[in-house]
Design a protein around this ligand. Structure first.
Ligand code: MAN
Length: 562
């Protein structure tokens, strides 16, 4: 049919009960009825100064400059905005400046929707059922044509399709509501994560200051500690350290006493020799009382010595054994005690080795705290590490570092969450629920994939690998101006959401690939078509319920309506 596809439903009155009254002239639509009330005269609608007799209405002669005297004929079709370009041969005005008062010939279409038909189509010998299902525009039966009234069938089919469309719209709206709900929940989770992180960071700030102070205090007090290297480990080890020092002192004293004894023994021997000599060489006949008494005392001393003393003899070999340096083969092997670095505290630490790895860090922290507490309260001895840093200082430093690391990672997580919350996820935050999900479609030699708020990809069906067509940047709005498609899978006319994906894989000798993803409301998410208007600049047309109108749930008032 010649007009199919170019027809425009003019001023459709979406209610079949609104029809022009019987008394009105043919072709007058309901909204113009008031101009045609039965009067002897008729004033042109757009030019009321031009007054005609009522009999001039629909007399097939265009008398009004705006054509309003011919609502039911094609006589004024030349000034009809829907007619071909002016001026036409026979045009009254000869200009295109005239504005037609009426939008067209009114077809009441009872049983369907009333609509206007361009005046040019009136009595042109063609049934225009798309606009005039009752066939009333061919009332003159030009060339014998008779256009039967098909409004019942056409109206019924239209209502069926309309019902289908309405149901689909409802399903789309329902899915949209589900997405909005999911998005709200996701937003709520990010918000509560942010609140929790802010609290934790605040606590960690305080904790960091406390731990810094504690670390400095511990470091200071540890620097002044006396019991260090010798007395490693627990109380036993301290005792061993003290005993070793004591034994060394005693051995030193014994050594000196022995030297003194030997000196004294020398002296005694020399004195005995003198007295022995005196006894042997003195003159008993010489009456010297002093010499006689000395000899007598010597004889008594010598007699006592010869009878043997009951005193225990100190055996030199034994003393020499005692004086030998302690080591593995003699005396006490101190190393057995001192070199054993396993301290009482280590026993506590070793418990960790038996734990599963996921619990180890947590338990380590707790044990560290317990251990420090025990050391501070004198229950455990401190255990200097090989670095020379005491365990107490190490523990304080590690706890401080752990708090700092925790603070830094939580600060980063907070920044990420705040940025995430500030991102544009479209009306009602709806794309938050879709983020990371993908839809794809086979077009030509490629499979094209759209991942919401992530990237677009061109996948070769011949196994040439995937090409990034852009990474998500932002959401824009643009006007679409395309014919509606019969299957509804097209952008149509009106404002549409456009997702920009930029900076994809570089194009051979060209810019980086980018994609504009145009969205139109649909029941299911689907990539309808992909085109490459310029090299490596792609346009994806996608149906999704995320792009549907923000319609409220039936029976539920929106907040601002209350
Ligand atoms: C590939 C595809 C095409 C693109 C050319 C550019 O073949 O990504 O879409 O036009 O590269 O060289």
């Amino acid at each position: 049919m010649r007009r199919t596809g170019t027809l425009v439903l003019l001023g459709s009155i979406a209610h079949s009960s609104i029809v022009a009254s019987e008394s009105l002239p043919r072709g007058v639509g309901p909204e113009f009825a008031k101009f045609y009330e039965s009067k002897p005269t008729f004033a042109c609608i757009g030019n009321p100064s031009v007054v005609l007799s009522s009999s001039q209405i629909n007399d097939n002669s265009c008398d009004c400059p705006d054509g309003s005297d011919e609502p039911g004929t094609a006589a004024c079709a030349n000034i009809d905005a829907l007619s071909p370009e002016q001026p036409l041969p026979g045009s009254l005005t000869g200009t295109t400046n005239t504005t037609a008062a009426l939008p067209g010939f009114w077809c009441a279409n009872e049983g369907h929707l009333g609509s206007y038909v361009p005046f040019l189509y009136v009595n042109d010998g063609v049934c225009d059922y798309d606009l005039c299902c009752d066939g009333s525009e061919e009332y003159a039966h030009v060339g014998g044509i008779k256009c039967e009234n098909r409004c019942n069938a056409i109206g019924k089919e239209w209502r069926r399709l309309e019902e289908e469309r309405r149901q689909s719209e409802e399903r789309s709206a329902k899915r949209r509501r589900t997405l909005v709900k999911e998005s709200r929940e996701l937003r709520r989770r990010v918000e509560s994560k942010i609140t929790a992180l802010r609290d934790e960071i605040k606590d960690l700030e305080v904790k960091k200051i406390e731990l810094q102070k504690k670390f400095e205090d511990v470091e200071r007090s540890e620097r002044g500690k006396v019991v260090k290297a010798e007395g490693q480990g627990g109380k036993l080890s301290v005792l061993v350290g003290l005993a070793k020092t004591r034994v060394a002192e005693l051995r030193d004293t014994l050594d000196k006493v022995l030297d003194q004894r030997d000196d004294l023994q020398d002296k005694v021997e020399r004195l005995e020799d003198i007295l022995k000599k005196l006894k042997e060489e003195y003159n008993p006949n010489f009456n010297d009382e002093g010499v006689k008494a000395a000899v007598k005392s010597w004889e008594d001393y010598a007699a006592g010595d010869a009878s043997g003393s009951s005193k225990a003899e100190v055996v030199d070999a034994d003393v020499m054994e005692i004086l030998k340096e302690d080591g593995e083969t003699s005396g006490i092997n101190w190393a057995e005690f001192v070199e054993d670095t396993t301290s009482d505290a280590d026993v506590v630490y070793n418990l960790e080795a038996y734990l599963p790895s996921f619990a180890r860090d947590w338990v380590h922290d707790k044990l560290q705290l317990v251990r420090v507490w025990m050391i501070e309260n004198g229950i455990l001895a401190d255990n200097p590490a090989s670095t020379g840093e005491s365990v107490l200082v190490t523990a304080a430093r590690e706890t401080l570092e752990a708090a700092k690391n925790d603070f830094n990672s939580k600060t980063t997580a907070l920044e990420e969450s705040e940025a995430e919350l500030a991102k544009d996820y479209g009306p009602d935050d709806i794309f938050r629920a879709l983020k990371g999900k993908c839809v794809s479609s086979h077009v030509g030699e490629y499979e094209y994939e759209l991942c919401w708020h992530d990237k677009t990809t061109q996948k070769s069906k011949k196994g040439h690998g995937n090409t990034n067509m852009g990474n998500f940047v932002r959401i824009d709005r643009e006007m679409a101006d395309e014919e509606e498609r019969a299957d509804g899978k097209g952008l149509g006319k009106g404002q549409r959401l456009v997702l920009r994906y930029d900076n994809g894989q570089g194009c051979w000798n060209g810019p980086n690939r980018r994609t504009d993803v145009w969205l139109k409301c649909a029941e299911t998410d689907e990539v309808w078509r992909v085109s490459e208007s310029e090299k490596c600049v792609y346009k994806m047309e996608v149906g999704t319920s995320a792009a549907c109108e923000d319609v409220n749930e039936p029976g539920v008032r929106a907040k601002d309506e209350l």
